[in-house]
Design a protein around this ligand. Sequence first.
Ligand code: GLV
Ligand code: MN
Ligand code: MN
Length: 410
Amino acid sequence: MHAQSVRAISECHTLATFTEEPAHITRRFLTPPVHAVHTHLRQRMEALGMTVQTDAAGNLRGIHQPANAPAKRFLIGSHIDTVPDAGPFDGILGVTLALELVEIVQERQLPLSIEVIAFSEEEGVRYGIPFLGSRAVAGTFDEKLLAYEDADGIPMSEAIRSFGLDPTQIPSAAIEPQQTLGFLEIHIEQGPILEAEDLQLAAVTSIVGQTRGTLTFTGHANHAGTTPMHLRHDALAAAAEWITAVETHANSTPSLVATVGKIFADPNATNVIPGTVHTTLDLRHPSDPIRTVAVEALIAQAQSIAQRRGLTAQFTQTMNEPAIPMDLALTANLTAALESTGLPARILTSGAGHDAMILAARIPTTMLFLRSPGGISHHPAESVREQDVEAALHVAANFLERIFATINNT
Ligand code: GLV
Ligand code: MN
Ligand code: MN
C-alpha cells in the first residue's frame, strides 16, 4: 500500500493550499477555500464511483455501495476545517485515508457499503463552537447555534446560505443509527506518547471530557499616566493573575490540562488602563467529576481575584462535552487488526477532541491514532511518517475485513 500512503500524504499537501491566508493553513467553517476542498475531494470520490452530496451543514459525503453489499453502511472520516496557522494533517489525513480505503475495499472486492464523511467543522474556530459538522450528522445539532455570529458579525445561518446550502435542512443531515454499522476516525495522535514508545499506531479507548468558555473581566478604563496604581481597576492585570492561577491549578491536579489560549483587551492601547478583558478557558480531564470541580474552582478564583481588585468576572460556557468511551467491540477489532498486521495492540486515551466524540454518543465508534513526530500538532510543523501512514492503511483495511466478517456471521 506504499503508493496509496504516498498519495494520501500528497493529497493533504495539495488540500493545504486551499487556505484563507496564503502563507498559512487556515480554513474555518464554510469559508471560500472550503469550496475548493469540496471540488477536489468530490472529483476523487466520483472517480471512485461514489455517490456524492454536500449536506446542509456543509459536510461532504461520498457513498460507496457495491451492488452485492448489505445496505447498512460503515462510516469513515474526519474534519476538513483547521485551526489558524495549522499543520497539513490534523483531520484531513483521516479523509484522504478514508478514500484510499475505499479504493482498497474495491480492489479486494469486499462487499461492504462505506460512507466517507469530510466533516465541515470540528475545531470551533469561526463560531466558538466545535463539532458543527458531526453534530449535524449525529442529529444533535442545536438550531439555536444558527444565530451565533462570527468575528465579522456574520450569523452561522448566513454563512451556510452563502455557501449555497439551506440551514433549515440540517435535520436531514442526520444518520439513521439502525442503518449504520459504525464509525472509524483515523487521526494523528497530536501528542508525544507513540513516538516516545517507538510505536507507529494505537487504538483509542476513550476521549477525555472538555469544557470551554469565555471569562470576561470588567474593570475601568482610565488614563495610564494620571491614575495612581492604588486607584486602578485593571482588567488585564486581573486576567494575568487568573491565567497564572489556571496554570498552577492544572499543574497540581493529575491529568488535568487547562489552557487560556485567547485574550482580547479593550481598548487595547498603550496609554489606557485596560477596562475589559475577554479570555478563553479550555479544560480537559478523563474524569467528568474532576473536570466539573476544576471548572468551578477556577471560576471562583477568577471572581475572588476580580473582587479583590474591584472588578467583576463573568464566565460563559461554550462547550461541555463528557468524556466518552469508544465502542468495545469495534476497538477490539482494531487491536486485533493491529496484532494481525504484526504491531503491538497499544491503546491510548485521546486528550484531543474529535468528531468521534459526537458520533460515539449515537453509533459504535472507534479511532486509530498515528504517531505524531515530535508530538507536534496545531502547528505548521505538524508531520507524519510515510511508513506509519502505510501501516495505518494495512490496519484499517484488516479492520474493515473484520467488520465485514462480523456482519456476515450475524
Ligand atoms: C481539537 O483539535 C481539540 O482542540 O481537541
Ligand atoms: Mn485540531
Ligand atoms: Mn482534528
